[in-house]
Design a binder for this molecule. Sequence first.
Ligand code: AMP
Ligand code: ZN
Length: 283
Amino acid sequence: MCEECLVKFVERKVERTLREYGMIERGDKLLVALSGGKDSSALLHIIKGLVPDVKLTCLHIDLGVEGFSEQCRLKAEELASQEGVELEVVELRDFLGCTMSELASRRGKACSPCGLARRYILNYYGNLRRATKIATGHNLDDVLAVLWDLYVAGDLLEAIKLQPVTRLVHPKALPRIKPLIELTDLELKAYVDVRALPYSSAQCPLGRESKLNRRKKLIDTIESMRPSFKHTFFKTHVKRVSPLLSPLLASRASNWKSCTRCGMPSKGEICGMCRLKECLKRG
Ligand code: AMP
Ligand code: ZN
């Protein structure tokens, strides 16, 4: 593809995804999760171009990972100012009392608390800023890498939670949309380069990406031997497996409660974030 065709291809794909899954509706206010990486940079730029009148606000979470987060924050700020949108930066330390680097040095593995904190903070700020939906830059490769492990483990109920649009039954759980879900890493990398958008290509030194990247490589190998494997896998998941299993998931979905401490969605009495905070306080 020449550069012009690539740009058209990517933008049309997002336009189709938005339409097919009814991701943006009249009156929506989006909270765009800007990580400073290529995907969310592309996401903001494309949404601004396709739906210029949508209300949106951006949020960047400074995770405080030394040698990584500084660059991410800088690029998120650069992009937001280039696009002329409001960006709020939240420091993880203010929420948790410590940075991700500090947490990793205390607990070793930091990936799952990091994911938990990011999801919580996005939802918390989405509510605070009266957003109606949260938009993230998850792409096809990200989603398939996670789906792969879930299918292999037979954890289909967890797998069907991975969707282009996710809604939890709780008044404070904002719907999440993934407009880039049908685009690959390669397509998005080429897009941000052609469009010369600011982004950081730094890899998290805490190893967040390493397992995911190994799965991505495996799936890339299959794709090279069986073209369109990725799209087939994704479509099978969304159009065939998920409708079959969603009644099962729905019967369990009503289990969401409100955390007795912070009021946010929780599976138990106290949510994961409040438990993590308590755990850290106790050292
Ligand atoms: P990742 O899990 O790093 O692949 O990120 C997936 C998506 O989550 C990104 O495209 C962003 O939309 C969002 N995200 C990840 N990290 C951050 C962050 N530090 N601040 C805001 N949004 C983030
Ligand atoms: Zn809580």
